[in-house]
Design a protein around this ligand. Structure first.
Ligand SMILES: [Zn+2]
Ligand SMILES: [Zn+2]
Length: 289
């Protein structure tokens, strides 16, 4: 139910915060956070004609049911990239847009094997799983994109336009979505306050650095950032901090530690509000370019 409907928002928010698999919260006019399992931030962004759902979470709960409580507008899904934990609810919608470089990944995406082990362990998520959820049949359903995006593509929602910024690095087809008029940026996994993943097999440290620099040039034109993980919203100044972090790392002017991840041991360069996970050979590769 939209918060404008007159029901006691504080009570309904409390109820959701304590009990629901999805946390639903209005963050700005026409912008709602729909966080799944307190782990993945998706956003519903409403125009006068359409609503955009920016990422769809893990598909453990039914995100369509949640967004239809908030809007009656037709919904277009826009994926910030094709990682499984951002596209799990795509199959519930008819219109799905993704950067052209990730259409193939979206059509073949699967759930990582360790996720099934995690689902069986209590305490993996800080919120209780939905009562009707069956871990034994859980899978990520791959979908065909109905719209392919590129840098500069515009999605017109009616009275609100989202402009695509291609920000490769975390993945080759990662995008951010700019609402220039309202000074908002939806940043996917490219920018958030937490460990930034530049170490994946398809990540590119040099491209990530360039994307962070491009975004930092917008820092003073943005009031709110809406990231796919961690605290939200964020201020625009973290764009400068992250660009500087990559700069220092590429110049090897920062110390790093070794950390254990599901993909083995990687390096972590730690800064005030974020860290950068990478592999040391990526630094050698960058020197050869
Ligand atoms: Zn990702
Ligand atoms: Zn992610």
């Amino acid at each position: 139910m939209p918060p404008e409907s007159g029901e006691n928002l504080e009570d309904s928010e409390k109820h959701m915060t304590n009990q629901s698999w999805f946390e639903v919260r209005k963050l700005a006019p026409g912008v709602w956070l729909i966080a799944e399992g307190a782990a993945i931030n998706s956003y519903l962004v409403e125009g006068t004609e359409w609503a955009a759902l920016i990422d769809t979470g893990m598909g453990i709960g039914n995100v369509r049911t949640e967004v239809e409580k908030l809007t009656q507008k037709p919904i277009v899904v826009i994926n910030t990239h094709a990682h499984w934990d951002h596209v799990g609810g795509d199959y519930l919608f008819e219109a799905v847009a993704v950067h052209a470089d990730e259409a193939d990944d979206l059509a073949h995406v699967t759930c990582p094997p360790w996720m099934h082990e995690r689902l069986a362990q209590p305490g993996t998520f800080s919120r209780p799983l939905p009562p009707d959820f069956d871990p034994s049949t859980y899978a990520i359903r791959a979908v065909q994109a109905t719209q392919l995006l590129g840098h500069g593509s515009t999605i017109d929602l009616g009275g609100r336009q989202l402009q695509v910024l291609h920000t490769p690095g975390h993945t080759p087809g990662s995008i951010c979505l700019l609402d220039e008029e309202r000074r908002f940026l939806f940043t996917g996994d490219t920018i958030y306050s937490g460990p930034l993943y530049a170490h994946l097999s398809h990540s590119d440290l040099v491209a990530y650095h360039a994307s962070a620099q491009m975004l930092a040039s917008l820092a003073y034109e943005l009031d709110l950032l809406f990231p796919a993980h961690g605290p939200t919203p964020l201020d625009g100044l973290i764009l400068n901090e992250i660009a500087q972090g990559f700069e220092q790392l590429m110049k090897r002017q920062v110390a790093w530690q070794t950390v254990d991840t599901p993909r083995g041991l990687v390096r972590a360069a730690t800064f005030d509000r974020f860290s950068i996970l990478f592999k040391e050979e990526q630094l050698h590769d960058s020197h050869r370019q």
